[in-house]
Design a protein around this ligand. Sequence first.
Ligand code: ZN
Length: 245
Amino acid sequence: MRSDGKAVARRSDDSDTRFERVSRQLRERILSGAFPQGGRLSEVRLAKEYGLSRGPIREALRRLEQERLVMSVPNRGTFVVRVTQTQVLEALELRAVLEPFAYLGTRDRREDVLAVQLMSVLNTIRARLAEGDYAALAGLHGRFHAVLYRESGNRTLIRMWEEIESVVELHVLSRLRSLEDGHELLAHHEELARTLVESGVEQGHAAIIEHLAECGRGLKMMFIDPGQIVSDVARRDVAALRHDR
Ligand SMILES: [Zn+2]
């Protein structure tokens, strides 16, 4: 009986998730740069390549459009989105406010959950780097930061992250040019995870702010200082948290 149940579950999985499998693979190909930004994705060609009808391909592309990785242009087709510097800057400014706040939310939950989730992403990053696949880190880096939003338990915050996630991932992709870049990204995030998990709330909070400030410096946009943007908000949040406890 048990194996029958499993077989049924597998069959329905197959039909349900064919487009999910395709959308996952297309997402990976976009985030690995195999499909370049601004490039056109032909439904017909993809259907042929995956040996599927155009239905699941169209559905997969629609999913990716919701994730803002592709955009469809009437009468022209579907294209991989091109991320502008303004979008990258806006996403970073927003993260500078949201992410330290999300982190404070995670501290109200069980700390070991945060640790397990962050370590799991870091392990996947290590595995991919061991295979020489540094481009995979664009998506995995997004997954690392997504943990903070998800574990904050604040659904509005999670939706706001989803709004900017593809911009962050495509931007990181454009900056990953070698295995060495990948190892550098890993080292930064290992250190960040250690601080978030092992240190007190104020150090963890400061580490997130510094991480984002460093992204800002990386952008060479000296006219913004994400650390400064959040410092007032941050101080208030930490004070409020202390007051609550
Ligand atoms: Zn990061």
